[in-house]
Design a protein around this ligand. Structure first.
Ligand code: HEC
Ligand code: HEC
Length: 346
């Protein structure tokens, strides 16, 4: 009889054991900083998604004929098999030219406060116009890109279906709208960390939980927070200690170029850490290939702390729990060119 009571008591004790309390505490703190990725794409203001528009946006995203050489598409530098990035320090564009900055992921970009490392485009729609006409990216002229699309019967139909009732639906502005609604579908919900945030204490391993606790306690979450664990603000790279010129080349002053304010020198959009394990190399220069070293550099430059190997390992383990379900995108069969479609320029 006595033994049975003891057993029952122990059983109860288990249900409210120390780890459970610790988990609840950690979850409570985490919820103050982070929110899970929604499971359905967000609506874009003034640009409602329809199946026809998303499909058109997908075609355009994958279509290399938008580039002068007909060989570079959005997907060249934002490869959906590479976490929405390109696994290059800086991207290779028209005539094998390299740009000055690392290609950020398009995955979950819809949740960023603005686009580009310096936030110079206010949203995805504005951003999507840039690369097509950028001479070192896709190097087309607007009139040529639109002229080309107009020669392709399948595109004429697709734009008309996506923008019903418009007199001249084939335009760069509409292409940007369509690409933006497609990009809004490129979200990665249900990462282990999202499941943890939604109350599944077992979704994170003990070491990932320790990493999360460190990420909060050390102050990483003061900048990397919200739904994207980043993407919500600008911050100076080198608050505590200025990184070397390989990470912070003196000719790229970041946000200051947009705001013309000295206060914004060396400030960049705090990048999302979603799917970070898939998107090496890191930083706006793409100069760090090792996520552990990126974490160590952040410790030194942003919080003024030499993190221990153990802390670095735990934080890196936590960052691994931010890899979500990758979008399942069926590769499109693009509308074929007509005899009048311009040919690639050398
Ligand atoms: C030649 C490579 C290249 C091509 C092609 C390219 N991009 Fe990019 N993309 C980049 C680079 C590099 C940046 C960062 C530039 C910067 O911040 O100044 C970027 C930034 C972005 C961003 C901002 C993400 C963020 O978090 O700030 C989005 C969104 C994006 N590109 C979408 C597209 C779309 C859509 C296309 C096709 C119309 C495209 N890109 C074509 C290289 C490329
Ligand atoms: C004061 C704001 C701030 C704090 C605090 C901060 N970061 Fe960052 N983090 C940034 C900025 C800004 C960048 C982009 C730097 C650049 O390349 O220009 C960045 C970049 C990163 C990157 C590279 C992301 C990529 O896609 O290239 C990682 C990883 C990272 N931070 C992790 C951490 C960790 C871990 C901590 C805590 C030890 C931390 N950060 C603390 C602002 C911050």
């Amino acid at each position: 009889m006595v033994r049975r009571i003891v057993v029952a008591f122990l059983g109860l004790g288990c249900a409210f054991s120390a780890p459970a309390f610790a988990d609840a505490d950690l979850l409570g703190k985490a919820k103050q900083f982070f929110t899970p990725i929604p499971t359905t794409p967000p609506e874009l203001p003034g640009n409602p998604a329809t199946p026809a528009k998303v499909e058109l946006g997908k075609d355009l995203y994958f279509d290399p004929r938008l580039s002068a050489s007909h060989s570079i598409s959005c997907a060249s530098c934002h490869n959906l098999g590479l976490g929405g990035a390109d696994a290059q320090p800086t991207s290779i564009g028209h005539h094998w030219q390299r740009g000055g900055r690392n290609a950020p992921t398009v995955l979950n970009a819809v949740f960023n406060l603005a686009q580009f490392w310096d936030g110079r485009a206010k949203d995805l729609e504005e951003q999507a116009g840039g690369p097509v006409v950028n001479p070192i990216e896709m190097a087309s002229q607007e009139v040529d890109a639109v002229g080309l699309l107009k020669t392709i019967p399948g595109y004429r139909d697709a734009f008309a279906a996506a923008f019903p009732g418009e007199a001249a639906p084939v335009s760069l502005a509409n292409a940007q709208k369509a690409i933006a609604v497609f990009e809004a579908t490129l979200i990665t919900p249900n990462a282990p960390f999202d499941r943890f945030l939604k109350g599944d204490a077992k979704a994170l391993s003990p070491v990932e939980k320790e990493g999360l606790a460190l990420f909060l306690d050390k102050g990483c979450a003061n900048c990397h927070n919200g739904v994207n664990i980043g993407g919500g603000m600008y911050a100076k790279f080198g608050i505590a200690l200025k990184p070397g010129p390989e990470f912070l080349p003196p000719d790229d002053k970041g946000r200051a170029k947009v705001t013309k304010s000295q206060d914004d020198e060396d400030a960049f959009k705090v990048p999302t850490l979603r799917n970070i394990a898939l998107t090496a190399p890191y930083f706006h220069t793409g100069k760090e290939w090792d996520l552990r070293k990126a974490v160590a550099l952040m410790g030194a430059t942003q919080i003024g702390e030499q993190l221990s190997e153990d802390d670095i390992n735990k934080i890196t383990a936590f960052l691994g729990s931010l890899t979500g379900e990758q979008p399942k995108v069926t590769y499109p069969v693009l509308p074929p060119s007509a005899s009048t479609t311009p040919q690639p320029t050398p």
